[in-house]
Design a protein around this ligand. Structure first.
Ligand code: GLU
Length: 492
């Protein structure tokens, strides 16, 4: 048992995104690999963006992906509660400590005061002036007002916020496990609001307080939080605490470059919610495998991993800092790879369920034979229904391009001869079907392809599929003969 403690800290402002799942996954992998703990913390201090069923969706998505949570709002733990809305007293206490030590201050500026400041200082070089070491001296706060005035305003219940007092002229440096040494000049860090006028902490204060009190050793999160980190480091220092190890994961990019924003994703038909992948029938393990490699690599040629394999192969030092492009085709490939590794009887059960749901009347033994042929050829479990129609029903149409290319003048006569042969010999194995076919083409001195292609077209209606003779053996001689006769009559 190591002392590694990591957390996934989503805000319940919407359903879980694939980027969020990747963050959760990397945290989970580090925890499992080191025998540490994976903690779920719900960061719900922004009540204006709160979405009622978001937490349930997040829990459901983590469970679907197989990422078991060790401590969290639904399983408890020693350092709870695990929802920030239930930890207000703790934030208030530390905000008071920060005021007392001079690391933070009260600010009474109204929205109009703030607008006026921005208007006054706006310039081409500084289009959005901030509340910081340069501007705070001209504002209404406990640095510019006398202690008596401040006390009066507080006693009168005047709306106010608490801000971090960022001292100029410092360099804030930290070591990021992904990016090595990262430095920010404190002059470009604004006096972040720590407590809002409704008394609720902002993300920054609550996040630091909780990471400390929950004993978090590694903060693994998306790159979008990198610019917040100097504020967090200053807060750790001001509170006299050690900061955890930081690791900022690379951005997920759209296939055409640029950040994979919700809009960019929609435009390119890329689902962004984990739930959408679940509903579309992706294998959870395939999505997890793909996301694991979206920013991390094992350092060798391996690509296909189950969750256990990822747990042993993962390491933070093989996470890259450059953005990575999301690729649906690659995900589909992973999905196919994971389908291949499912035990045949398990996949047969699933196929039976899917076929029954699609209204196909069949039995387990027959489906097992279809699955045996198709397992290596599908990329989605649903293909077991959508790409197997001809195993369950005679074709009602024939691919026109296939007809043009494959159906020759002698095709009808050849397939009829094959139908006769099948009915006479009643072949059972794929080899028997092949022998029967080659007997006909050899005796007529034509190439086997002359009969192979029309037979496939006549029996399945299409020009592609599993090995022809294996397919015929599953269908059986009666069905094959019937279909071949019908094709001969239809296509002439
Ligand atoms: N609540 C933040 C989010 O929604 C957490 C960021 C962090 O991990 O510090 O992503």
């Amino acid at each position: 048992m190591s002392n590694v403690r990591v957390r996934f800290a989503p805000s319940p402002t919407g359903y879980l995104h694939i980027g969020g799942l990747r963050t959760a996954l990397y945290n989970y992998l580090l925890a499992r690999q080191t025998g540490g703990a994976f903690i779920l913390r719900i960061e719900d201090t922004d009540r204006s963006r709160f979405v009622e069923d978001a937490e349930a969706d997040i829990l459901g998505a983590l469970a679907w992906a197989g990422l078991e949570v060790d401590e969290g709002p639904h399983v408890g733990g020693d350092v709870g509660p695990y929802r920030q809305s239930e930890r207000s007293d703790l934030y208030a206490k530390h905000a008071a400590d920060l005021i007392k030590s001079g690391a933070a201050y009260h600010a009474f500026d109204t929205p109009e005061d703030l607008d006026a400041m921005r208007e006054r200082l706006k310039s081409p070089e500084n289009p959005t002036p901030r509340y910081d070491c340069h501007t705070r001296g001209d504002m209404r706060n406990s640095l510019t007002l006398s202690p008596d005035e401040v006390q009066q305003l507080l006693d009168a219940g005047t709306p106010h916020v608490i801000r971090l007092k960022v001292e100029p002229g410092q360099t804030v440096t930290f070591t990021d496990a992904v990016r090595d040494e990262v430095s920010f000049a404190s002059d470009v860090v604004d006096d972040q609001i720590l407590v809002k006028s409704d008394g609720m902490p902002t993300y920054h204060l609550a996040n630091v307080v909780d990471d400390h009190h929950m004993g978090i050793t590694h903060v693994i999160r998306g790159e979008e939080w990198l610019s917040s980190t100097p504020k967090h480091i200053l807060l750790y220092r001001a509170l006299g605490w050690d900061a955890p190890t930081m690791a900022h994961l690379p951005l997920i990019l759209s296939p055409t470059g640029g950040k994979l924003s919700k809009r960019a994703a929609e435009r390119q038909g890329i689902p962004v919610l984990v739930k959408q992948y679940q509903d579309a029938g992706y294998e959870a393990e395939a999505l997890v495998n793909y996301l694991a490699l979206l920013g991390w690599n094992p350092g060798d040629e391996r690509e296909v991993f189950d969750l256990e394999g990822l747990c042993s192969a993962f390491s933070l030092d093989r996470v890259g800092s450059a953005g990575v492009q999301f690729d649906m085709d690659k995900l589909a490939w992973f999905n196919g790879q994971h389908l291949r590794s499912i035990p045949a009887d398990v996949l047969t059960d699933r196929a039976l369920g899917l076929l029954k749901a699609a209204g196909v009347d069949t039995d387990a033994e027959y489906v097992a034979r279809v699955v045996e042929l198709m397992q290596d050829r599908i990329s989605m479990a649903d293909d077991l229904v959508s790409a197997t129609g001809y195993f369950f029903e005679d074709p009602v149409a024939y691919d026109p391009t296939g007809i043009k290319k494959r159906w020759k003048d002698d095709s009808a006569e050849l397939v009829m001869a094959y139908a006769d042969a099948l009915e006479a010999a009643l072949p059972a194995s794929a080899e028997d079907y092949e022998v029967a076919l080659r007997d006909i083409t050899t005796s007529r001195e034509v190439g086997a392809g002359r009969l192979i292609h029309p037979v496939r077209l006549g029996v399945s209606g299409v020009t592609f599929g599993p090995g022809l003779f294996e397919m015929l053996a599953v269908l059986g001689p009666d069905v094959c003969a019937r279909r071949l006769r019908k094709a001969a009559a239809t296509l002439g």
